[in-house]
Design a protein around this ligand. Structure first.
Ligand SMILES: [Zn+2]
Length: 294
């Protein structure tokens, strides 16, 4: 074949290939997507709003989150609109440090609670090098993260309060898990739309005090440990789907059998990253559907 014809054919194939990817990645917009990434033992979630804005909630213990982001973000998009760091521990923050160096991050939500680790020093370094806007959460704040034709995607901050954060500036909490950011993601009409709880590694003693409405989706606190979930939390949330971010054969024995028993007694569909790989929950603001890798 003529070399020029060959080149023309190859460029046409590349052109149409890229076009197909573009259409596929654009076509998946118009709905809210929550992806619990399979990051091993740790938390790492990606939320994609109906207009294609990305919110990353924690980043897992290493660079696996980057693979997840590149699986679900369009290949031309290198911007993360909001990054939420629930609390400064390795299994939640280490992947965020790497994501900060690889993506343009507009805003970082962080309590500013410090941890005396090399990883945390690296986090501070990346923040000062990349200069995202810093947003300090305060219980009661409502952030509209996407306006979708009258049906907003809203993030309600439930914990901690600004007062607590001010205290922790001088004396960090003895258990860093207590400082985990808790928020509810809402889509659709305020009463009856879709919602989901995100809660880092918060103990149930704090979680049960701030839950104020039922939601079909609960990101189970603290990888399904006994400290993150009790009957009261489950009775208040009434989840239909429980996302447990947990690594296979982890040394902590997460998730705890008692937590799994409570969930199964309430007929909650349990989705674990160690068994299912990436887990995705999508919503149109009314109903929702769950898919997973395995
Ligand atoms: Zn954790």
């Amino acid at each position: 074949m003529d070399i020029r014809l060959k080149l023309l054919l190859i460029s046409a194939m590349i052109f149409f290939g890229l076009g197909a990817i573009f259409i596929l990645q654009t076509f998946s917009l118009g709905k809210l997507r929550i992806i619990a990434c399979d990051v091993g033992q740790g938390d790492g979630l990606l939320i994609i709003t109906p207009h294609g804005k990305q919110i990353v909630v924690d980043g897992g213990p290493d660079g696996k989150i980057i693979d997840c982001l590149s699986r679900y973000m369009p290949f031309w998009d290198h911007e993360i609109e909001l990054m939420v760091s629930t609390h400064p521990q390795q299994d939640h923050m280490a992947g965020l440090v790497i994501a900060l160096s690889k993506y343009k991050v507009d805003t970082v939500m962080t309590t500013g609670v410090v941890n005396k680790t090399a990883m945390f020093e690296q986090w501070k370094k990346e923040l000062s090098a990349n200069k995202p806007q810093i947003y300090t959460p305060n219980a009661g704040d409502e952030l509209v993260v996407d306006n979708s034709g009258g049906s907003d995607v809203k993030l309600d901050v439930l914990w901690p309060t600004r007062e607590k954060i001010d205290q922790w500036r001088d004396t960090p909490p003895s258990d860093l898990n207590d400082s985990s950011v808790i928020f509810r993601l809402n889509y659709g009409p305020p009463d009856g739309g879709f919602c989901a709880y995100f809660d880092g590694d918060i103990p149930y003693k704090i979680l049960e005090q701030v839950i104020d409405r039922q939601c079909p989706v609960l990101k189970v606190a603290h990888h399904g440990s006994m400290t993150g979930t009790d009957q009261q939390v489950l009775s208040e949330v009434r989840p239909q789907v429980a996302l447990i971010q947990v690594g296979a054969k982890n040394k902590f024995g997460h998730p705890h059998k008692q937590v799994l028993d409570m969930l199964s007694a309430m007929n909650v569909k349990v989705e674990r990253n160690d068994l299912s790989g990436d887990v995705e929950v999508d919503s149109d603001g009314k109903s929702y559907w769950v898919t997973s890798d395995k």
